[in-house]
Design a protein around this ligand. Structure first.
Ligand code: CUA
Length: 163
């Protein structure tokens, strides 16, 4: 029995190589954005009862607001509802690491914090978590970016980062 060589057309071979190179490039882009630039996927941190989420102590969401865990390390819980964020304004010190917890008590909302990678969907029944370090002082506006009704465009807030 003679061995047969597998014959690949040169054009096909070229495209197989291009395909493999592209996969390597894309995998590289994922690693660089994840480990080099610190991009994170917003993971659901917990499940919560949206009917009780505004009641202090009733759910794992706890009270909305800013909590300083240690100097320069904050936990911020923000509750979304039609059509406001609670709290609407928070103040922290520059250089602080902030872990945000968002949830909604009614419909689907979203949030993007200007000038940061923080960009999440806010779903009733789910707590979304994401961390960010605010190196530069300034005012960072955040807006709801999921259409949530007639007052959607009035739904925003502000993070004041003090020097
Ligand atoms: Cu909330 Cu749009």
């Amino acid at each position: 029995m003679s061995q047969q060589e597998l014959h690949i057309h040169p054009v096909e071979r070229t495209w197989i190589i291009i395909g493999i190179v592209m996969l390597v490039v894309f995998a590289g882009a994922v690693f660089i954005s994840g480990f080099g630039y610190g991009f994170q996927l917003p993971a659901p941190a917990a499940i919560v009862n949206p009917a009780l989420v505004a009641t202090p102590g009733a759910t794992s969401f706890g009270e909305a607001g800013v909590k300083e865990l240690s100097p320069g390390n904050y936990e911020v819980r923000i509750l979304a509802q039609t059509w406001l964020f609670t709290p609407k304004e928070i103040t922290i010190k520059a250089g602080s690491k902030v872990t945000f917890y968002f949830t909604s008590k009614d419909v689907q909302h979203g949030v993007h914090i200007d000038g940061t990678n923080v960009n999440l969907m806010i779903l009733p029944g789910q707590i979304s978590r994401l961390s960010h370090t605010f190196a530069e002082p300034g005012e960072y506006v955040f807006v709801c970016h999921e259409f949530c009704g007639v007052g959607h465009q009035t739904m925003f807030g502000k993070i004041i980062v003090e020097p």
